[in-house]
Design a protein around this ligand. Structure first.
Ligand code: TXA
Ligand code: MG
Length: 349
């Protein structure tokens, strides 16, 4: 199969440019598309066979459910039971459309192929014009995981989608680089309580403006214990992994830099901040050092992380060492993705 790439200026395109994409979706085929978080791999969410094909194209484990994308939170009630959810309308008013996904009790119209048999469905209204146009032109809700091969870093550019999906899907809608660069915040609701299942651009601090009862699932920052049933199936997989193993290094500033130098001499890779790149350069190290953003700029870290992880696949290193980052606000999402890339392997130096 050849993969057709359609370039779209997200600020100025016509729905007609997506008419072929809409036909593909209605025909049960897959289309990768821009969202504000990461690229998605879309299928008609009401078509079981199309959703099965998503799992196949991504080589995704068959117990990890898909997020369903719709145009407006007003559409949620077609697919989920939204009654008795006292927080939902305020969450919708504050954060939708945007990078927030809510897990709700599903209605029968959503096939098991989407939810892998769970009684809940994850719903999200993307804000990106290309994602919205694809939903509009297709005329159906779009089930879409991130458009990477399972286990690989999520794609933040169409070129990343091509790396993983070329020849596996008929079309990529290239609406430019993803603004946020990390996947949506995923929450479930329990009366007046919000449970954070996956941190993202909508932060705990943001959610606390809606209710003070925000519980962070323990799996956000630590490995699930053997035999514990995950609140969200995605929690149990190693994610975002480059080909070489990654370890997070904790310690005093000077000890960490000295450790990085030692590992660079051994031929390892260092995934670090812009500031470390300058410091290591002064010490004579440049090769195998890749930055994911500035230490003081969480937005730059979020948008740079997955690209930096992918860039390590173009260099051959036996091991990658990285740093811890702030866990405040957007830092929680960055730490969560980094820790998962490390499969929670951390060392103190
Ligand atoms: O930003 C995003 O959310 C992107 C774009 C494309 O919208 N999508 C995305 O999908 O990240 P995916 O499949 O890579 O991640 C979906 C996560 C998984 O961790 C999955 O386990 C969880 O959402 N999830 C989906 N349905 C769920 C459910 N019913 N209950 C609990 N977790 C669910
Ligand atoms: Mg994913």
């Amino acid at each position: 199969m050849t993969t057709k790439i359609i370039q779209l200026d997200p600020n100025s395109f016509a729905d007609e440019q997506l008419s072929e994409a809409g036909e593909l979706i209605r025909d049960g085929q897959l289309v990768a598309f821009s969202t504000e978080t990461v690229y998605g791999l879309g299928a008609n969410a009401l078509d079981s066979a199309a959703c099965d094909a998503v799992f196949e194209a991504k080589m995704r484990p068959h117990d990890n459910p898909l997020i369903v994308h719709v145009l407006s939170p007003a559409d949620f009630s077609q697919y989920a039971h939204t009654e008795n959810q006292p927080l939902l309308s305020e969450l919708a008013r504050r954060f939708m459309p945007g990078p927030l996904t809510v897990v709700l009790p599903k209605k029968d119209i959503i096939p098991d192929a989407v939810t892998v048999g769970l009684s809940t469905v994850a719903l999200r209204c993307p804000s990106h014009p290309v994602a919205r146009a694809l939903i509009r032109v297709s005329g159906c809700p779009i089930a879409a995981p991130s458009a990477n091969l399972s286990g690989r870093p999520s794609p933040t550019a169409a070129s990343h989608v091509s790396e993983d999906m070329d020849g596996r899907i008929p079309m990529i809608l290239d609406g430019g680089e993803a603004e946020v660069g990390l996947e949506s915040t995923v929450i479930s609701l329990n009366g007046d309580e919000i449970r954070l299942l996956r941190p993202g651009f909508i932060t705990v601090e943001d959610l606390k403006t809606v209710t003070d009862q925000v519980v962070i699932s323990p799996a956000v920052l630590s490995a699930l214990e053997q035999g514990v049933r995950p609140e969200s199936p995605g929690m149990k997989y190693r994610h975002y992994a480059p080909k070489s193993p990654v370890t997070m290094v904790f310690g005093e500033e000077n000890s960490v830099l000295a450790f990085f130098c030692k590992k660079l001499r051994e031929g390892c890779g260092i995934l670090c901040f812009d500031e470390d790149v300058s410091a290591l350069k002064k010490l004579g190290f440049e090769k195998n050092v890749i930055s994911f953003g500035s230490r003081s700029d969480l937005l730059s870290q979020a948008s740079g992380l997955f690209d930096a992880l992918r860039r390590f696949d173009t260099v051959s290193v036996p091991h990658i060492y990285t740093r811890e980052t702030s866990r405040d606000e957007l830092g929680l999402a960055i730490s969560n993705r980094l820790l998962r890339a490390c499969a929670f392997n951390c060392i103190e130096v």
